[in-house]
Design a protein around this ligand. Structure first.
Ligand code: DX5
Ligand code: ZN
Length: 227
């Protein structure tokens, strides 16, 4: 079985007990903490920033996978690096100089990812794939949790899978939006190896149960084992 990673999006967690929500998903076998940053400018919603990243850093050794949905990008990158982010991904439409932003993220000691909205062409990869550590395909329009998976993302995943394999480089291929137990296997078959899931995971448990995410994480793993 391929090395699959599950990245719960804390966007759908209970923010009143965020540290506990992170400990619980990692204890249930999640790999990354997906950290959605929205600015009410690039996307029509407002979420969390570097202060919250800094606050959760001591709670877990897991990789913090920061998904920036902000414009501009560069000003905020060093703040997230200092706050303990491991991976920082951004949308090409949100920065003037894509190559420079990738360089900045790496200079700050983080891994760099590029994010493709449903209607963003993959052409950017012609020029920067060799510098990326992660490609993130959006299977919803960014801004909100709990939206429906857009099936066109499967074709896009397959196209990126081929580009990554042809490159021979170790690049994660992440999918974000509408990932559920009943579609994760199909998404993995299309080529994804890293799966963001917000509402499917954080909507699944009762706050008081320390093992509240065991069954949903096990269900994801069981589906992935069939691939
Ligand atoms: C959407 C965010 C996602 C979102 C996924 O803009 O990037 O990470 O939280 O949520 P679900 O899994 O509920 O679609
Ligand atoms: Zn995200």
């Amino acid at each position: 079985m391929a090395n699959y990673r599950i990245a719960p999006s804390i966007l759908s967690a209970n923010f009143a007990k965020l540290g506990d929500e992170i400990t619980a998903v990692i204890a249930s076998g999640a790999d990354f903490i997906h950290f959605d940053v929205m600015d009410n400018h690039y996307v029509p919603n407002l979420t969390i920033g570097p202060l919250v990243c800094e606050a959760i850093r001591p709670v877990t050794d897991a990789i913090i996978d920061v998904h920036l949905m902000v414009e501009p990008v560069d000003r905020i990158v060093p703040d997230f690096a200092k706050a303990g982010a491991n991976i920082i991904s951004f949308h090409p439409e949100a920065t003037r100089h894509i190559d420079r932003t990738i360089g900045l993220i790496k200079e700050q000691g983080c891994k760099a990812g590029l994010v493709f909205n449903p209607a963003t062409p993959l052409d950017y990869l012609d020029h920067v794939l060799d510098k990326l550590d992660l490609v993130l395909i959006m299977s919803v329009n960014p801004g909100f949790g709990g939206q429906q998976f857009i099936p066109e993302a499967l074709r896009k995943l397959a196209a990126v899978r081929k580009r990554i394999d042809d490159s021979g480089r170790d690049i994660l291929l992440e999918i974000d939006g509408g990932v559920k137990v009943d579609n994760i296997a199909k998404i993995a078959r299309a080529g994804a190896d890293t799966f963001v899931a917000g509402s499917a995971i954080y909507g699944a448990g009762k706050d008081s149960d320390p093992h509240r995410y065991d069954s949903v994480l096990a269900a994801f793993r069981a589906e992935l084992a069939k691939v």
